[in-house]
Design a protein around this ligand. Structure first.
Ligand SMILES: [Zn+2]
Ligand SMILES: [Zn+2]
Ligand SMILES: [Zn+2]
Ligand SMILES: [Zn+2]
Length: 496
C-alpha cells in the first residue's frame, strides 16, 4: 500500500530532481510543519500504547482501530496509512495554537518567500499563510500579485472542487524580472482555485503541473495567458490528462535557479540556444525515415531518466541510464562519439527538458543538427497513440504513468513477465520505484532489492527525529539498486 510519507519522500528526494542550491531555498515553512507533524505522529502512536502494567511480559502492545500491533513498525505503518488525515488536522491545529510556532512560521515567511508547501486538506493553515503573505507584501508586490488574480466572486467552492477534473502540464521559457512576485501570484492563484501540484518559477520562466476541477483549470489557463509575462502561451501549451488535485499530496510553488534542474547556469546554457522544434507530425516523419533507412545517420535521443524510458519509449531510441536530468550534460560529455556528425532527434515528456538539453548538446558542436519534439511525448501521443512511441508515459505524480496504447514494454524484476505498473518499494525507508507484478507481490516480493526485502522483516526501533534522519540516510546508502548504479554508466547501448 502506498503511504503518504513515502510519497512525500519520493517526491522530495527523487522526483523533484532539485539540485543542492535549490534544496537550500526550500522555505522553513515546511520544516516547521514537518517537525510538528513528527511530534503529533509520535504522540498519536504513544496514545495507542497499552500501559506496561497491563502486560505480563516486557513486550509492547498498541491497540488501534480494533487491531493489535506488537511491533513499532506495524503501528507506524498503520498510523500513516489509516490516520494521515487526522494527523494532518491535528498538526494544523497545533500550528495554529502554538504561538511560538506561528510566530516562527510568520517570521520565516517574511524573511524569505521562497517555497510554499500547503496542505490542501487544511484550509485553516492555507488561510493563515495567505494572510501572512499578504501582510508581508510590499505595495508593488501586492499590485503584481493581485492585479492578475481573476474575479472569482460569482463562483462557489462547490463549482471549484466538484465536477470533472484534470491535470495540466505546462512550461514557458520567458525572461522573468521578478520571479518571487510570480511565485506569490501562483501561490495565491492556485490556492484560490483549489489546485494542487508543483510550480517552479525562475528568471528563465515557469514550469508546472497542477490538478483540479476543469472549471478551476480553465480559469487558471485563462489567468496565465492574460498575465503579461506569459502572453506568448497558448492553450496548446497546456497538456491535459485525466487526473485531479488528488494526484498531488499538496501545493508547492517555489523560486529556483532553473525551471528544470539541469545543474547548469541558465546564463551559460540558455533556452534561447535550443534546437529546432518539430511538430509531432514532422517528428513522426523523421522517425519513420530513420527506421526505414537504417543508415545510422540519425540518433533518436530520449533525454528522460532511466525509470521513465524503461516503461515507454520511441522505437530504436537511445535511452541514457541516468537517474536525474542533472546527469544529462555529463552523459553527453562522456558519449560525444555517439553524436558526432549525426542528426539528433530529441524528446522528453512535455518538451521542457529538451529545450536546454538540446542547447547543451548543440554547445558541444559535434552534431550535424539537433531537433526537438515540440510538446514532447504528451503531444505526440495525442496525435499518434499508435505511432512509434510504445508503452506508458511516466508522470511525476501519484499516477506514475499515463496509457495511450496497450503495449507493455517492461517486465517484473522478480519473474520477468510483462509488467509496467510502478509501486514504491515496501521498505519504509526506501523511495525507489519497483516493478513487481501482482503474483510476485502476493508472494511478498514487494521491495526494490534484496536488502530492502530483508529490511521489511526487521523491527524498526523508534528513535529521536535527528537520529531518524541519520538512520534514513544510512539505510538509503545500503540500498543495492542505488549503489550499483553508476552516476553515468560507462556502457551505453542502442536499445531496440
Ligand atoms: Zn488505527
Ligand atoms: Zn513477477
Ligand atoms: Zn527499496
Ligand atoms: Zn533497493
Amino acid at each position: 500500500m502506498m503511504m503518504e510519507g513515502d510519497l512525500v519522500d519520493l517526491d522530495v528526494e527523487n522526483l523533484c530532481e532539485e539540485n543542492n542550491k535549490d534544496k537550500r531555498e526550500i522555505s522553513s515553512t515546511r520544516k516547521v510543519y514537518s517537525r510538528s507533524r513528527r511530534r503529533i505522529f509520535a504522540e498519536f502512536v504513544a496514545s495507542k500504547k497499552l500501559p506496561g502494567s497491563m502486560l505480563n511480559s516486557s513486550e509492547c502492545i498498541w491497540l488501534c482501530c480494533g487491531h493489535r500491533f506488537t511491533d513499532p513498525t506495524s503501528i507506524h505503518t498503520h498510523t500513516s496509512s489509516q490516520h494521515s488525515r487526522e494527523i494532518h488536522t491535528m498538526t494544523n491545529e497545533s500550528l495554529k495554537n502554538h504561538q511560538t510556532d506561528s510566530k516562527e512560521l510568520h517570521q520565516k515567511n517574511t524573511d524569505s518567500l521562497k517555497l510554499y508547501s500547503l496542505d490542501a486538506y487544511s484550509p485553516n493553515l492555507q488561510e493563515a499563510l495567505s494572510d501572512s503573505v499578504n501582510d508581508s507584501m510590499t505595495e508593488s508586490e501586492s499590485l503584481g500579485v493581485n492585479s492578475w488574480i481573476p474575479d472569482l466572486s460569482g463562483i462557489s467552492e462547490l463549482e471549484l472542487v466538484g465536477g470533472a477534473s484534470e491535470v495540466l502540464l505546462f512550461y514557458c521559457y520567458q525572461e522573468i524580472r521578478e520571479p518571487h512576485i510570480i511565485c506569490m501570484w501562483q501561490q495565491k492563484l492556485c490556492f484560490l482555485l483549489r489546485l494542487r501540484g508543483k510550480v517552479r518559477v525562475a528568471s528563465e520562466g515557469i514550469n508546472g503541473t497542477v490538478g483540479g476541477s476543469k472549471r478551476a483549470t480553465e480559469i487558471y489557463i485563462k489567468a496565465m495567458m492574460e498575465h503579461p509575462s506569459f502572453r506568448t502561451m497558448s492553450t496548446q501549451d497546456f497538456k491535459r490528462s485525466t487526473g485531479s488535485a488528488e494526484c498531488f499530496p499538496d501545493l508547492r510553488v517555489g523560486v529556483f535557479n532553473e525551471i528544470v534542474p539541469m545543474g547548469i547556469n541558465p546564463e551559460i546554457i540558455s533556452y534561447t540556444a535550443a534546437g529546432q522544434h518539430l511538430e509531432p507530425e514532422e517528428f513522426h516523419r523523421e522517425v519513420q525515415t530513420m527506421i526505414e533507412e537504417q543508415n545510422g545517420d540519425t540518433v533518436l535521443l530520449d533525454c528522460r531518466n532511466f525509470y521513465e524510458s524503461k516503461i515507454g519509449q520511441f522505437q530504436q531510441c537511445l535511452a541514457p541510464d541516468i537517474r536525474k536530468f542533472s546527469y544529462f550534460p555529463e552523459f553527453v560529455d562522456q558519449n560525444l562519439h555517439l553524436f558526432r556528425d549525426k542528426k539528433v532527434l530529441m524528446y522528453c515528456t512535455g518538451g521542457i527538458r529538451c529545450e536546454r538539453g538540446s542547447a547543451y548538446l548543440k554547445s558541444t558542436s559535434v552534431c550535424r543538427e539537433v531537433l526537438q519534439l515540440k510538446g514532447g511525448i504528451h503531444k505526440y501521443l495525442e496525435q499518434f497513440p499508435d505511432g512509434f512511441y510504445r508503452g506508458k508515459l511516466f508522470v511525476f505524480d501519484q499516477r506514475y504513468s499515463l496509457a495511450f496504447n496497450q503495449d507493455v514494454i517492461s517486465v517484473c524484476v522478480y519473474c520477468g513477465r510483462p509488467w509496467d505498473q510502478y509501486q514504491l518499494c515496501s521498505s519504509s525507508l526506501c523511495s525507489q520505484l519497483v516493478l513487481s507484478c501482482s503474483p510476485c507481490r502476493e508472494r511478498g516480493l514487494t521491495a526494490c532489492c534484496l536488502i530492502c526485502q530483508q529490511k521489511n522483516g526487521l523491527v524498526h526501533q523508534p528513535s529521536q527525529p535527528q537520529s531518524d534522519e541519520e538512520g534514513r540516510k544510512m539505510k538509503r546508502e545500503q540500498c543495492q539498486c542505488t549503489n550499483n548504479r553508476d552516476r553515468i554508466p560507462q556502457h551505453t547501448s542502442q536499445s531496440g
